[in-house]
Design a protein around this ligand. Sequence first.
Ligand code: AMP
Ligand code: MN
Ligand code: MN
Ligand code: MN
Length: 271
Amino acid sequence: MKLDLHIHTTASDGQYTPAEIAAKAEQLKLSVFAITDHDTVAGIAEGREAAKRLGIRMIPGIEISTFYKEEIHMLGYHIEETNQALISQCEAFASEREGRGRRVCDYLNGIGIAVDWDEILEIAAGANISRPHFAAYLQKHGYVTERKEAFKKYLDTPEFHSATDRKLQTPCEAIDLIHAAGGKAVLAHPGLLHMPLEEQRELILRCREHGLDGLECHYGKHTDEQTAHYLDLAKELGLIVTAGSDYHGEKVKPDVQMGMEVNMDDLEPGL
Ligand code: AMP
Ligand code: MN
Ligand code: MN
Ligand code: MN
């Protein structure tokens, strides 16, 4: 089965509009795709409309940035994007992101990189301000040749984080929010966590006690060993299994393709 339940659009830091993503999903003959932008549901209506026109299945989603020991991403699926609590919280996320973006400007200016806030707004073009917008700026102005390099040199250093970190929800708060909006909560890309496996297990158990529904066992960057480990864990803990590439477009993440080929037996058909 070919599908992709983890895709970013221009509503956050992706390269393509939701309608373009729907068209790609159709070209790739995906059985189903989900739009999961960072901290926003702004791309869902357009994606749904385009998917309907093309006769393909789209699941409305979100990827919420949370923090517990490290940054942890919580995916929400089948959320009602008109839910008032969800909309209000997304507005709060957007304003936290804007505040953080301004601190990023100050930080970069302070280390000798002249960043113009208005140009960042232009690059973001109405989307939630996120680090890839700064990476695009640094590339455009010749500070780096590749966007990856922008993270390595400037946007993912300890100094960067201590100067710019924003307040994030806890994973359990995000689970509550997703449930309040009628959705299912799935821990994103567990294989990218930095904490050791035992601590991961503890985190996943605590989240499950709080209602976590699933685990993104199939993820573009998971090794076969990681996939097998998380599939076992999901089975043991009774969590549903999802699959996503984390597609952002070639300009943003050149090494990530859209679409995942997975064994149907692994997946929760209801999702
Ligand atoms: P933000 O949510 O604003 O902190 O930005 C995080 C986003 O930056 C992630 O969702 C990725 O799309 C991107 N990102 C993070 N680290 C890297 C990296 N090392 N190389 C390229 N993109 C990255
Ligand atoms: Mn991203
Ligand atoms: Mn993520
Ligand atoms: Mn993502």
